[in-house]
Design a protein around this ligand. Structure first.
Ligand SMILES: Nc1ncnc2c1ncn2[C@@H]1O[C@H](COP(=O)(O)OP(=O)(O)OP(=O)(O)O)[C@@H](O)[C@H]1O
Ligand SMILES: [Mg+2]
Length: 219
């Protein structure tokens, strides 16, 4: 769908808008469905931060998500980017279907596709970092990834570093958890072993937990 900055219309009234999620917490966008040139679209809207210091962060979030969608242009597992009107809102293609969090019945086939999609995403140097049922829509049997706000694009030289590897592992772990919850299929022993956290991650995690408990106790 072609839609230029000049033509991308913000809905003039609430009658033109179907709210999908209201931004209530800090830096959460209002997410709504609307119609652009007769075609359904979704807008993630941070305009309530206009004129505040947080608008800089909101602009950064919009720009980061837009860049990922731009990189994934033409891929069936991500919505097409429409526009970043004024920098504080992101317009994208509306994907009809149900999210995996909506209790939809899905088979192994969908998860096989999702796993393939995730591997492709990772091969392109991108990790999603917020993979959960609300961020996957199944549309005519095809899983589509949403919400790339937390996604990270690693430069080529960093892709094999420990942090990038850990982020990829964490994406895959989230997928395996969703698959087990929705289809009852546990990961194969090889996959489970591949996803086991390395020692340094366990050490950092348990040190952080201890510190957190101590801070809470002393507070
Ligand atoms: N392109 C889309 N097509 C269909 N539904 C969408 C689309 N984008 C978002 N949604 C719906 O809106 C919900 C909220 O969107 P999204 O997950 O992007 O926002 P969010 O979780 O508030 O944002 P963030 O976590 O980035 O702050 C999704 O769970 C999904 O149900
Ligand atoms: Mg989300």
């Amino acid at each position: 769908m072609n839609c230029t900055a000049a033509s991308f219309p913000f809905p003039a009234s609430s009658r033109e808008v179907h709210i999908l999620k209201r931004g209530e917490r800090l830096l959460e966008p209002d997410v709504y469905r609307t119609v652009v040139d007769g075609t359904p679209a979704v807008v993630k809207d941070y305009r309530r931060y206009r004129g505040t210091p947080l608008s800089l962060v909101a602009r950064l979030l919009v720009r980061r998500e837009a860049r990922v969608l731009e990189q994934l242009k033409g891929w069936k597992h991500a919505p097409a980017l429409l526009d970043t009107m004024g920098g504080l809102a992101l317009g994208m293609e509306f994907i009809p279907g149900s999210t995996l969090s909506a209790g939809v019945q899905v088979g192994q086939e969908v998860f096989d596709q999702l796993q393939g999609a995730l591997l492709r995403l990772h091969a392109a140097g991108i990790t999603h970092n917020d993979l959960n049922g609300t961020n996957v829509v199944v549309s005519a049997g095809v899983p589509v990834l949403l919400d790339f706000t937390s996604a990270w694009r690693s430069p080529r030289w960093l892709r094999n570093g420990p942090i990038a590897r850990q982020l990829r592992r964490s994406d895959m772990k989230n997928l395996v958890k969703m698959r087990a919850r929705l289809t009852g299929q546990p990961p194969s022993p090889e996959l489970a072993q591949m996803l086991a956290e390395p020692g340094w991650v366990r050490t950092i995690r348990s040190a952080w937990k201890q510190l957190y408990r101590r801070i809470k106790r002393d507070a």
